[in-house]
Design a binder for this molecule. Structure first.
Ligand code: HEC
Ligand code: HEC
Length: 231
């Protein structure tokens, strides 16, 4: 019964999705006109050492000394995440287009709310060593999550959920509770900066709570954010 339900969900997802229809260009278009535009920030030469200093000063209390997040508090791992994705999210927080406990206030601080700081934080975090042990749900059966992921998510997020250099986020090795919260946010269209026409929002609308838990558990078990720490 459960397998049947999950397969139906996957079939529904596949009907509505086209991997080719989405790229970071969608986000770029969304950001045109912003003083913190992705293009402008990306063009700045990064100083990862400065990013590390800023990280230790402002981010460590929540995201942890290694950027590995905090499972019970649903705080995401950042170490090894895709660089362009990190830049885009920091811009969204800074501009109040994505909400998140403490994130907007943090990014309002004068030494963080400018292009060089965002560039440097992303450069440091994307090359930092990945978390060796994210939180997961404890259900040993990963087969349903794996099947749903491969059917509905893999084309964009990659075979190992490693994301892409163009800015699709890595999901493998992310904290379980953070993933379920974000998937719920997408389904409720509460992820403020996320364009509701983006496929994640469409996809999540078709997933049951149990499907979301299964996918998140599978992802939390996958080996870690980006496979090679590349951009
Ligand atoms: C008060 C705690 C707190 C502080 C301080 C904090 N964060 Fe966060 N951060 C969070 C929470 C909670 C989330 C999840 C937000 C959500 O629910 O969408 C988050 C999300 C993020 C994300 C999005 C990750 C993703 O996968 O989409 C990035 C990037 C991020 N934080 C970077 C930083 C950086 C860089 C700093 C320091 C300059 C920082 N954060 C400081 C709590 C914090
Ligand atoms: C067509 C491409 C595409 C497909 C298919 C897709 N995603 Fe995504 N996903 C994205 C993009 C792009 C983002 C970044 C959105 C943003 O900037 O807020 C994203 C964001 C996410 C996030 C937030 C990551 C974070 O660190 O906060 C999660 C979780 C996620 N997707 C899970 C999934 C799952 C699970 C599926 C399959 C059921 C899926 N996605 C299908 C492109 C896709």
């Amino acid at each position: 019964m459960r397998a049947f339900r999950s397969m139906s969900a996957a079939a529904i997802l596949l009907c509505g999705l086209s991997a080719a229809s989405l790229s970071i260009d969608t986000l770029r278009a969304h950001e045109a006109g912003s003083s913190l535009s992705l293009e402008r920030i990306w063009a700045i030469p990064p100083d990862a050492g400065h990013g590390k200093t800023l990280y230790q000063l402002h981010c460590r209390p929540c995201h942890g000394s290694h950027g590995w997040g905090d499972g019970p508090r649903a705080i995401p791992a950042l170490a090894g995440q895709r660089e362009k994705y990190l830049i885009a999210q920091l811009v969204h927080f800074a501009e109040g287009r994505r909400s998140g406990q403490g994130m907007h206030d943090t990014m309002q601080q004068p030494d963080l709310n400018w292009p060089q700081a965002i560039r440097d934080l992303a450069a440091f975090l994307s090359t930092a060593p990945r978390s060796p042990g994210p939180e997961y749900s404890g259900d040993p059966d990963l087969s349903v999550g794996r099947r749903l992921y491969k059917a509905a998510c893999k084309d964009c997020h990659g075979p190992s959920a490693e994301g892409t250099a163009a800015g699709v986020p890595a999901l493998g090795g992310q904290q379980y509770r953070y993933l379920t919260e974000q998937l719920d946010n997408f389904s409720a269209e509460h992820r403020d900066a996320a364009n509701p026409r983006l496929p994640p929002a469409v996809a999540m609308a078709s997933l049951s709570t149990r499907d979301v838990e299964d996918i998140a558990n599978y992802l939390a078990h996958l080996s870690y954010l980006t496979a090679d720490n590349a951009q």
